[in-house]
Unconditional design. Structure first.
Length: 391
C-alpha cells in the first residue's frame, strides 16, 4: 500500500501528517512549525520517501548517554569478555558521557565527534594534570562510538552512522614504540632468573611468545611434554584488580604451540618439584591452587630487570622479542603469526615490519648470487658497469 499523508494549517504555521506501521496497527505522526505550506509538503514528501526506502526513524528524545549506559552496553555485556566490558564501561563513563552524553542520539553530528576527538587529544586525561590522551586511546573511543551508532542504525534509531564521516586521529605504525631485547640480553636475563620462583613463567613467555594471561592460565592438561607442545585454552585476567579466568583474546588465540627441549626440561623439573597429581591444576598456580595476580607477575619482572641493569622493557615485550628474533632468524611470517595467535598474518607483518628488512636484504643477495654465480666451466657473468653522470 502506498504511503500517504497530508498537510494542514494550524494557527499561523503548517503541520505535516503521516502514518507509520506499528505492531498494534498504524500510528499517526506529525511535525509542525513550518512557515509555509510548501515547507510542510517538502518535509512530508521527504518523510514518505524515507519510509518507502526503509530509512525512516521516528523522532525520540533519548540521549547518547542514556543509549550507551541503559541500552547498548547492558545488551552487549553477555557477548563481551569481562576485560573488554570493563574497558568499554570505563571509557564511556570517563570520557564519552561527560563530553557527549547530553546530546540527543538523533542530533549527534560529525562536528560533535571531530570536536570531541580534538578535545580528548589536548586535555582528555582525567587522572591528573591537564594532558591529552594518546592517539591510540582516542582512536579506541572512536571505535566504541562507531559500534554504538552502527547498532543504533540497525535498530532504526538514527538514519546514518555519523562516525563514518568523522576524522579520528591517525595511528602511528604498530611497530613504533616496541621495545625488545637482543638474543644475548634475553639469554642473560633467563640465566639470571633460572632459579627464580617465576623463572619458568619468564622462560615460556620468551620461548613461545605467549601473552601474560595465557602463560598464567596454563594447566598441566594443556601441556604435552612428550610431544613438546602447549595448548592455549584459557587466560588469566585482572579486571578492576580482581583475578578472573577467561577465554583467549581471539578465536585464533586457541592454538597449539611447539616448545623447545630446554623449555620441556624446565617444565619437567617444575612438575617434579611440585609433585602435581591433578591434570587440571595450574602450571604456575599459588600454593593454594589459585592463579598468580597478573599485575604481581609484571611488577616482579620489572623489578628483576631493574636489578639486573638490563634495558627496561615490559613483560609483554618478551612476546615482541620472541617475534622479532624469530622473524630475524628467517622463520616465515605465517608460522610466527600462528605461534603468536594473531588474527591475521597481515597484522604480524605490520607490527614487526622492523624485523623484516634484514630478511629482504638477504633475499637480494641470494637472488644476485643465483644470477651472477658461475657454474663449473662457465664464464662468470659480470654486471654491466654503471656510468657516472659526468662520463
Amino acid at each position: 500500500m502506498a504511503q500517504r499523508g497530508f498537510v494542514r494549517k494550524r494557527g499561523r504555521t503548517w503541520t505535516a501528517y503521516w502514518h507509520v506501521e506499528r505492531a498494534g496497527g498504524p500510528r499517526q505522526c506529525s511535525k509542525g512549525g513550518f512557515l509555509t505550506r510548501g515547507e510542510a509538503q517538502a518535509h512530508l514528501t521527504e518523510t514518505l520517501a524515507a519510509i518507502h526506502a526503509g530509512l525512516f526513524t521516528e523522532a525520540n528524545r533519548i540521549t547518547l548517554g542514556e543509549y550507551l549506559l541503559e541500552r547498548w552496553l547492558p545488551s552487549r555485556k553477555p557477548a563481551l569478555r569481562p576485560s573488554t566490558y570493563d574497558s568499554y564501561l570505563t571509557n564511556i563513563r570517563l570520557h564519552i558521557v561527560p563530553a557527549l552524553g547530553h546530546i540527543r542520539l538523533q542530533q549527534l553530528t560529525v562536528d560533535h565527534l571531530d570536536r570531541f576527538y580534538a578535545s580528548q587529544l589536548s586535555d582528555g586525561n582525567r587522572r591528573g594534570a591537564r594532558a591529552g590522551l594518546s592517539p591510540k586511546t582516542v582512536r579506541h573511543l572512536h571505535t566504541i562510538l562507531h559500534r554504538v551508532l552502527r547498532d543504533a542504525v540497525r535498530k532504526n534509531l538514527v538514519v546514518r552512522n555519523v562516525a563514518d564521516a568523522a576524522d579520528p586521529p591517525k595511528l602511528r605504525r604498530p611497530s613504533e614504540g616496541i621495545r625488545t631485547w637482543t638474543a644475548s640480553q634475553l639469554r642473560e636475563f633467563l640465566d639470571a632468573t633460572s632459579d627464580h620462583p617465576l623463572g619458568v613463567v619468564f622462560l615460556i613467555a620468551a620461548t613461545t611468545g605467549m601473552r601474560r594471561g595465557e602463560v598464567l592460565g596454563l594447566r598441566w592438561t594443556d601441556v604435552d611434554l612428550d610431544a613438546a607442545r602447549i595448548a592455549v585454552r584459557q587466560t588469566v585476567l585482572a579486571v578492576r584488580y580482581q583475578v578472573i579466568v577467561g577465554s583467549p583474546k581471539t578465536a585464533r588465540g586457541n592454538r597449539s604451540i611447539a616448545i623447545d627441549q630446554i623449555t620441556v626440561e624446565a617444565l619437567r623439573r617444575l612438575r617434579s618439584a611440585h609433585e602435581v597429581d591433578a591434570l587440571d591444576a595450574l602450571v604456575f598456580g599459588r600454593p593454594d591452587g589459585r592463579p598468580h595476580h597478573p599485575d604481581y607477575v609484571s611488577q616482579t619482572f620489572e623489578r628483576t630487570v631493574a636489578r639486573l641493569g638490563l634495558p627496561r622493557i615490559r613483560l609483554h615485550d618478551l612476546r615482541h622479542t620472541h617475534a622479532t628474533l624469530g622473524l630475524a632468524a628467517g622463520i616465515p611470517t605465517k608460522v610466527m603469526s600462528d605461534r603468536l595467535g594473531h588474527a591475521t598474518t597481515a597484522f604480524t607483518q605490520d607490527v614487526y615490519m622492523h624485523a623484516i628488512p634484514p630478511l629482504e636484504a638477504d633475499a637480494a643477495e641470494r637472488i644476485a648470487a643465483m644470477i651472477f654465480a658461475t657454474e663449473a666451466g662457465d664464464k662468470a657473468v659480470t654486471p654491466a658497469p654503471t656510468l657516472r653522470a659526468d662520463e
